[in-house]
Design a protein around this ligand. Sequence first.
Ligand SMILES: [Zn+2]
Length: 80
Amino acid sequence: MNNHTPHDTELTLGALVDCPTCGLPAEVTDLFTLGGAPGPVEHAKIICVRRHWYTLPLETLTATTAASERTSASAISGQR
Ligand SMILES: [Zn+2]
């Protein structure tokens, strides 16, 4: 089995992603693997601040935390 993915999307419980419907922050409340073709796919259950909820494959989600970490890191290094 090959679990390596080209992009390193590290989603964990409690991570924030963009809601597909309203674009507001959605929290990952569950992570699980669904068997399917061609192989098992990792899914995340997310619930956004407007209570939209989805079960989506991880690869369709973008973690917003990684982006904000990068932003704050550059803000810190730019600050003196
Ligand atoms: Zn939403």
